[in-house]
Design a protein around this ligand. Structure first.
Ligand SMILES: Cc1cc2nc3c(=O)[nH]c(=O)nc-3n(C[C@H](O)[C@H](O)[C@H](O)COP(=O)(O)O)c2cc1C
Length: 187
């Protein structure tokens, strides 16, 4: 297999045993050949991130996928901790901080709220694009390419096994597309 881009999936879910959606997506991701899957809560249950290890992993990949459930219009606590300590001055930005330049960043997110909720008329008022602005700007500051997010909406009502399986398949196909340098198939 010829790998066009080395894809790193950083999986961030604090309660995998309670997860229905991300557990399925993560299982599908783990099956994709030639990508690296890294479970941050498994690696750092005490939230003590190994900065050198994480930076080495980033340096060794071309596309970084951050997979997490949407919590308070953001992500779980370890995601923030990871961003705070890993994206150091001199590594990710600032003088000499060019190690992430040119790499892709893709957010793979599940939300309890349905798609309509994430619109002006919906009860969350803002679009996903707007709510993800801090993440997008983080990528841009680091010279990364912001890729279209993969979003599974409406997880509260997502109980149907067939629908869950379809999301997992779509996610695995997206990861394979990134790996192969094929334009992602739009949903
Ligand atoms: C602490 C917490 C905060 C949450 N905040 C949001 C939110 O801001 N917007 C939203 O749509 N869903 C929110 N949810 C719902 C989760 O996004 C949803 O449970 C998750 O995507 C389901 O994925 P899982 O089955 O892998 O856990 C929240 C859930 C928790 C536990």
């Amino acid at each position: 297999m010829r790998v066009h881009a080395r894809v790193l999936v950083l999986f961030v879910h604090p309660a995998l045993q309670k997860s229905r959606v991300n557990r399925r997506l993560a299982a599908a991701a783990r099956e994709v050949d030639g990508i690296t899957f890294h479970d941050l809560y498994e690696a750092y249950p005490d939230l003590h991130v190994d900065v050198a290890r994480e930076q080495a992993l980033l340096a060794a990949h071309d596309v970084v996928v951050l997979q997490y459930p949407f919590y308070w219009y953001s992500g779980p606590a370890l995601l923030k901790e990871w961003l705070d300590v890993v994206l150091e001055y001199g590594f990710a930005y600032g003088e000499g901080g060019d190690r992430l330049r040119g790499k892709g960043l893709l957010a793979a997110i599940s939300t309890g709220g349905g798609a309509h909720a994430y619109s002006r008329a919906g009860h969350n008022h803002f679009t996903m694009r707007e709510l993800l602005a801090p993440m997008e700007q983080t990528a841009l500051l680091c010279g990364m390419r912001w890729l279209d997010p993969f979003v599974v909406h409406g997880t509260v009502h997502l109980t149907d096994e067939t629908a869950l399986a379809a999301h997992a398949t779509a996610y695995a196909e997206l990861l394979a597309s990134l790996r192969d340098g094929r334009p992602p198939v739009s949903a």
